[in-house]
Design a protein around this ligand. Structure first.
Ligand SMILES: Cc1ncc(COP(=O)(O)O)c(C=O)c1O
Length: 379
């Protein structure tokens, strides 16, 4: 496969270069293992980010983070460009990462041990909620042949029974689905009716294979603006999770009063490097992102035939975005076979101990490395 990149600076990293990395993904196993695990992409970051960071290094600009209107404006412009979502930039708040923003927000909008609604199988949410001393109210997604949907009647019942906080994964990871504007509006209207606050984690929202598929929760209908908080970051989209910067915002003055109670110390925990890199990404990273999405969609599509040829019992639905494939291995002993091939996946058990034999495969890598993975598996 030949890709024609449009001078965006997109580049694959070779296995040799990847093995030199100090990140968790590449340190966890070492040796000959190919890790298709942690949500990090095996690509060089966008040149706009590299030069912004190099400039800071050259000027020894490594101090504490202060007021930074540039990131607020950059996110507002990016959201308008990608999704036609108009926000006033002064509403954008900065935090350390999405997980810690969720935890800080939970401490001001909920009471200890209060229930927070999630839809399993879902990324890290249960851990964050439990670590914050809150409890989980799970309304699992409904699955039919690997197609997942929200159980809206059960969600309404939970609201009716008194659950006041909903941590929504929009779009949903790891199952890889987006929600329609209609479904998001239903959630917003129910939330308004029952006095529920919706925290919408939108970290994967800019990685859509078709940008039209994604609706920011706050932009779904007027009621969403009254009940929602958007939490996002450039960390997944632009591959800069180690730089520690996330953003969150609400368009409701009542919710903003609550968010103002987040301690000042938490507001300074983002890193200056993260803020500058995120600003550069939102301002100038789009050409790189479009090339990245082309590669990701190629790998997502190609995985259908790679699985059909090599592991035909595996169930897989091509995700709507991003780089995580959610696989149902059925009766196949994937743990043993992948261990023999020296390829690591994340077991689905980390999301939900009740689901047997699922795994998450990160395909954000050179298609040549994906070929190597299946060559190893077919021996
Ligand atoms: C939906 C979702 N939110 C948040 C995170 C973690 O983000 P952060 O590193 O900013 O806490 C992940 C990481 O895998 C994720 O999939």
């Amino acid at each position: 496969m030949l890709f024609f990149f449009m001078n965006s600076g997109f580049e694959f990293l070779s296995l040799g270069e990847l093995r030199e990395k100090k990140s968790y993904k590449w340190r966890q196993y070492g040796g000959n293992t190919i890790p298709l695990t942690v949500a990090e992409m095996d690509f060089r970051v966008a040149p706009a980010i590299t030069s912004a960071l190099q400039d800071m290094v050259n000027r020894s600009d490594m101090g504490y983070l202060g007021a930074n209107p540039e990131i607020q404006e950059a996110f507002a412009k990016f959201a308008n460009l990608l999704w036609g979502w108009q926000i006033s930039s002064n509403l954008v708040r900065v935090g350390n990462d999405v997980g810690s923003c969720v935890q800080e927000i939970l401490t001001v909008i909920t009471q200890p041990m209060e229930a927070v609604l999630i839809n399993s199988p879902v990324t890290n949410f249960a851990k964050w909620i439990l670590e914050s001393g809150r409890s989980i109210h799970d309304i699992p997604l409904i699955e039919k042949n690997m197609n997942y949907t929200l159980d809206l009647p059960a969600i309404e019942k939970a609201f009716e029974a008194g659950v006041r906080t909903y941590l929504l994964c929009n779009p949903h990871s790891p199952v890889g689905i987006t929600y329609s504007k209609r479904d998001l509006s239903v959630i917003a209207k129910l939330a308004k009716k029952y006095g529920v606050t919706v925290l919408s984690d939108e970290i994967h929202g800019a990685l859509m294979f078709d940008a039209q598929d994604f609706t920011p929760f706050l932009n779904s209908c007027p009621e969403a603006g009254d009940v929602g908080i958007c939490i996002s970051s450039a960390s997944k989209t632009f591959n800069i999770s180690g730089l520690k910067c996330a953003i969150y915002l609400s368009q409701s003055s009542e919710i903003n009063e609550e968010l103002d109670r987040i301690p000042e110390s938490a507001r300074h925990r983002a890193s200056l490097f993260g803020v500058v890199a995120t600003t550069a990404a939102f301002e100038s990273g789009l050409p790189w992102l479009l090339d990245t999405i082309d590669v990701l969609e190629f790998n997502a599509q190609h995985l259908i035939s790679q699985l059909a040829m090599n592991l035909p019992q595996t169930e897989y639905r091509k995700p709507d975005f991003g780089y995580l494939a959610w696989l149902n291995f059925g009766d196949f002993n994937w743990l043993e076979e992948f261990a023999k091939a020296d390829v690591a996946l994340l077991s689905g058990e980390i999301y939900d101990t009740n689901i047997p034999n699922f795994a998450r495969l990160n395909f954000a890598t050179d298609p040549a490395i994906m070929r190597l993975v299946f060559d190893r598996l077919s021996i």
